[in-house]
Design a protein around this ligand. Sequence first.
Ligand SMILES: *[C@@H]1O[C@H](CO)[C@@H](O)[C@H](O)[C@H]1NC(C)=O
Length: 524
Amino acid sequence: MARGLETTTMMLESVALCAAVVLVLLPPTMAAGSGDGGGAGFEFDYRNALHSGLLYFEAQRSGHLPYNQRVRWRGHSGLADGLQQGVDLVGGYYDAGDNVKFGLPMAFTVTMLSWSAVEFGEEIAAAGERRHVLEAIKWGTDYLLKAHTAPDELWAEVGDGDTDHYCWQRPEDMTTSRQAYKVDRDNPGSDVAGETAAALAAASIVFRSSNPHYSHLLLHHAEQLFEFGDKYRGKYDSSIGEVWSYYASVSGYGDEMLWAALWLHRATGRRGYLDYAVAMADEFGGTGWAITEFSWDVKYAGLQILAAKVLMEGNHPEEHRATLEQYKSKAEHYLCACLGKNAGGADDNVNRTAGGMLFVRQWNNMQYVTNAAFLLTVYSRYQQKNSDELVRCSGGETATAGELMALARAQADYVLGANPAGVSYMVGYGRRFPRRVHHRGASIVSHRADGRFIGCVQGYDDWFRRGGANPNVVVGAIVGGPDHRDRFRDSRDNYMQTEACTYNTAPMVGVFAHLHGEKTANAR
Ligand SMILES: *[C@@H]1O[C@H](CO)[C@@H](O)[C@H](O)[C@H]1NC(C)=O
């Protein structure tokens, strides 16, 4: 792939996202969104999908792989990360199909894996995957702890996208720059600090009973990172220009700081964190933004749902009620937008393809689908626990927990193959799935099978441009997926559709675990 093209298109994408965020403030003009989200009579093996999804995190590992590594086509990589800077930055995850370690999406991936484990831990254990989910989270948190080298210092990227994309190499062969970039007091990054705090706080809940010492350590770092993000405010893409073309924080840091506060409140039960989320609700947009997407960048819907949970459980001082109600009504706006039940215009409801897929935008649309499926699943659980409370949509419509779950299931089933193309967008699941995933390691013969070094551009000539299927199947990866007309082209150069990201699969760990649990409960 031409580096210039990828970079330019990514920049356009950032601009498009920016435009989308701005648009939601304009008066609505057109109605959009319809359909009932019902299933199509397919029978899916959610347990297998859960198992596959957790394997994917092993394929994305950077660093020294352990003896029990199950994905055998991967080897050690990035073993000198941080050496130049005098810090140990070995480990962590590659975000997608390249060999850069980006802190913001990595931390978000860990938050969503942890949320899956916090909420659906019993279902994950019943499916026999408890150990694997803990390992997937810990691979991320071990790295995030290393990257937090001082109270006010966090390493937020290793490698840089431009030189990385110039080459097509297995991570095991990398010859590209491993420059590392950090945020600190003079170069703040409240978004990446806030997301990392959220990830560590959420993970501390996961490890509370099985590894209390580790859980405390995670919480300690989370609290420091939250303070750092709050005290030295700024967007990390202003401090680290290298992230701009790849993971610019378009929504700013307000959402991450509120998200971190609410996760810290959930992890510690301390009132101070809830006070913060209430006091800063307006300034940081928590009660102002009604947004119809949830992603590694834009977290308002997720944090509004966390705040709604506090309200529904009555787990708050009375003076916080009014603000929490506002949070909740914005959470409901998001859920109703997914259901197509908001009164109002085109920007008030998420569009759907003819095949029923929620459609937000062309580039890696599946991330919005899987994250929406997760939020719908989680919220339907909160509704059920709160005497089957209804979701209230603008315009007077309501939605039951069953309706939310039906839509979440329809999206999960679409991912697994209930779609017009008849393709599973989860790699390795079913008979038809993408064979030319835009993934350096998967598309090149494994180091184990042929250890000869493959140079920077040699990889493009010998492997990227081959027509055939990838030699390694990156099981459990969920690719960017089809366009607004349910069309998908399985080609390595079609990175908008065939690249997979860790944050596409992470939320599905919770969704698949829940769907599997429901199925076994119904079978009884
Ligand atoms: C739905 O699609 C229409 C037409 O392309 C667009 O104007 C609108 O913004 C979309 N809605 C959302 C919420 O993205």
